[in-house]
Design a protein around this ligand. Structure first.
Ligand code: ZN
Ligand code: ZN
Ligand code: ZN
Length: 345
């Protein structure tokens, strides 16, 4: 507004304006214009940008949320993540999407150190660390995304595999690194090995290394604990439940022998068959009170002895008798075999 003033030289016109803060009138030359809005204000009412020192009205300045400085709004950058404002020195753009956020709101890629939004980074399934997209590789065992540096090369299949380190172990038999998904524990030694060098028991399916297993009398590969020594032939055989697949219970001598020890007629064990058929040796069993006999038919198995005595001719009513003993002569039992047993044999 123009106002009439009078000086010694006479009346003249001056430009005045109203202070936008106080509402007081002042000469243009006394008022300062805000660098933000262009509005005039008295010097006492003016505030200044803490960076450029430019004038502004109170309330027109922005606030840097990092440094705490009051500055011109145009100097401030808004964080794409939090919406907070800060001076450019305190902001960085995400290495992935390019959006600007406060530097403190970004996370450094664990592999490259480049800053990015946490949501723009990928999390390693093993270390939980964040890295730029593309720096994770798939674990061939679990399918999880893992940093390349946390993968191990495994030779546990047709082709080499890359497996997360927390999913890798060393084969106790080959010394190679293998994926835990392709490992098994030996039920004999408890060692962990690659499934490719382990076998399963033909009896129970239990896993072990071939060197830790034994062959049964019929050629089955089984755990040592699954077989026992056959009293018939002395071989290792599946004689005890629940794996008594190779057992034969002889009804004559009550011994449980292996199927290899069954007489050709399938009725008794070989020793009983020999004794009952009279083809055994003519010698008394080593028992303390062996009776007098006309002759003997004695057959020895690995852990027992079957002996048939033929009574002397003068014992008219006596019948042949069968003795089952241990090799050292301990009598297990004796009985009189039936006529059918004797004729069948
Ligand atoms: Zn981003
Ligand atoms: Zn046997
Ligand atoms: Zn028998």
């Amino acid at each position: 507004m123009l106002v009439n003033k009078t000086s010694r030289e006479g009346p003249y016109l001056v430009r005045t304006d109203t202070c936008a803060v106080t509402g007081k009138k002042g000469l243009d030359s006394e008022l300062t214009k805000s660098a933000v809005s262009g509005k005039p204000a008295l010097p006492s009412a003016i505030v200044r940008c803490e960076v450029t020192n430019e004038p502004a009205l109170p309330g027109e300045l922005g606030f840097c949320s990092v440094s705490g400085k009051r500055v011109l709004p145009r100097l401030l950058v808004q964080s794409a993540q939090s919406g907070r404002y800060a001076l450019p020195d305190f902001t960085t753009s995400c290495a992935v999407c390019g959006k600007t956020s406060l530097s403190s709101e970004l996370t450094a890629c664990a592999d490259t150190g480049r800053l990015a939004d946490p949501t723009c980074l990928n999390r390693c399934a093993v270390s939980d660390k964040l890295v730029l997209p593309g720096l994770l590789a798939k674990c061939d065992a679990t399918g999880r995304g893992v940093r390349v540096s946390e993968l191990a090369e495994c030779r546990d299949g047709e082709t080499q595999r890359r497996v997360a380190k927390d999913c890798v172990t060393t084969c106790a038999y080959t010394g190679r690194l293998i994926g835990k998904d392709r490992s098994a524990v030996s039920s004999v030694t408890g060692k962990v090995g690659w499934v490719g060098v382990l076998s399963s028991s033909d009896a129970s399916g239990a896993i072990a290394h071939g060197d830790e297993m034994v062959r049964s009398v019929t050629g089955k590969l089984v755990l040592p604990s699954e077989v026992s020594v056959c009293p018939g032939c002395g071989g290792r055989a599946l004689l005890e439940p629940p794996h008594a697949e190779e057992a034969f219970a002889c009804g004559s001598c009550h011994q449980v022998v292996c199927v290899k020890d069954v007489a050709p007629d399938g009725r008794t064990c070989r020793a009983c068959h020999a004794a009952l058929s009279g083809s055994g040796e003519d010698r008394a069993p080593p028992i303390y009170d062996a009776p007098r006999a006309k002759r003997w038919s004695t057959a020895a198995a690995n852990a027992y002895l079957v002996a048939l005595s033929y009574p002397p001719a003068w014992q008219l009513l006596a019948k042949p008798r069968l003795y089952v003993t241990t090799p050292s002569g301990h009598l297990l039992f004796d009985r009189t075999p039936s006529k059918t047993e004797l004729t069948a044999a």
